[in-house]
Design a protein around this ligand. Structure first.
Ligand code: SF4
Length: 313
């Protein structure tokens, strides 16, 4: 299974930064390369700025946000960069995610410094020019910054979304109503844990699939589904979801086993155990008391265990 993911080339360790350096991220290079096929891009090099090169900044002008040289602000790279994005972005429709380099006026995802003419900055900043265009063209695409991947919650959420988008594409290669319904059914508990409102809304939408044009339905479903799982599965929602799963075992478990499972769920709720402890116990019970619906749920096995993404959650 090849999961194609875009990445700022400097994050992969390529020496393409303005000063000839790189920003290698060890998690990306050492761990994610085992699961993803990375497609590195350096937009500044691609438009011929060369390495090393003068530093640049984003500046808010009457004619919009411009990408200019720090040294000589009359040197403007905006049109070249927008021309590049227009040319290259259509070839990225197969990507299931993108890891960009933080703070860069080209690649940063958020809070990139945005200047005004007098040298002051605009509160909140903006996105780098390349990443802004990427997110505009593919609003459903999981995009994350290298630095934010150090946060275990953001890291888990990003990697999970990449696997989910790949699964959606693979499951709907033959685009039929049945394929979408089947996919949605496998992600019900995921949606319950990530966003309860979206869980209900998407359930209603999918129930009405027969009344829609399949291509436009798929696009709407993809966008709403990917937006829903961008919300982090918090402890409260995970607890509700785990208790919901517990209900499937009520006919089978002994009184002691029920108490053990309920206790482990509450320990997770209060932060005394990671979610992995509960999921491991549930998967153990699932082997003893098989249930097709539960076994199909991505929530219980969202990505390869070797990624160790649920250890600290
Ligand atoms: S942040 Fe983007 S433009 Fe800058 S060096 Fe890295 S890949 Fe190139």
């Amino acid at each position: 299974m090849s999961i194609n993911v875009g990445v700022s080339a400097c994050v992969m360790g390529e020496k393409v930064r303005f000063d000839g350096g790189h920003k290698m991220n060890r998690f990306v290079v050492d761990e994610l390369t085992k699961h993803f096929t990375f497609r590195p891009v350096c937009p500044e090099n691609a438009i011929g700025m060369g390495t090393p090169r003068p530093t640049i900044r984003l500046i808010d002008r009457e004619n919009g946000i411009r990408l200019v040289s720090n040294k000589d602000r009359s040197v403007d790279f905006t049109d070249d960069m927008l021309g590049y994005t227009e040319k290259v972005l259509p070839s990225m429709s197969d990507l299931c995610g993108f890891i960009v380099c933080a703070k860069s006026p080209t690649c940063g995802m958020e809070r990139v410094k945005l200047y005004i003419e007098n040298g002051n900055t605009v509160p909140g900043g903006t996105s780098g020019l390349f990443t802004r265009e990427l997110m505009k063209r593919y609003p459903w695409l999981p995009v994350e910054e290298d630095g934010r991947l150090c946060d275990e919650y953001l890291r888990e959420n990003f990697v999970f979304r990449v696997f989910a988008l790949k699964d959606l594409y693979d499951s709907t290669k033959e685009l039929t109503a049945g394929a979408i319904v089947k996919f949605h059914s496998r992600y019900k508990l995921v949606l319950m844990a990530h966003n309860q409102k979206a869980y209900r809304d998407l359930g209603r939408l999918v129930a009405d699939i027969a009344n829609h044009d399949i291509q436009s339905f798929f696009e709407r479903y993809r966008n709403e589904f990917m937006a829903a799982i961008t919300d982090r599965a918090n402890r409260k929602n995970n607890t509700c979801t785990l208790q919901h799963i517990q209900g499937y075992f009520k006919k089978y478990l002994t009184k002691e086993q029920k108490a053990e499972l309920a206790g482990v769920i509450m320990d997770y709720r209060h932060g005394a155990l990671p979610i992995l402890a509960v999921i491991t116990l549930i998967n153990h019970y699932l082997q003893s008391y098989p249930d097709d619906y539960l076994a199909s749920q991505v929530y219980l096995n969202p990505y390869p265990k070797e990624l160790r993404l649920r250890y600290g959650l």
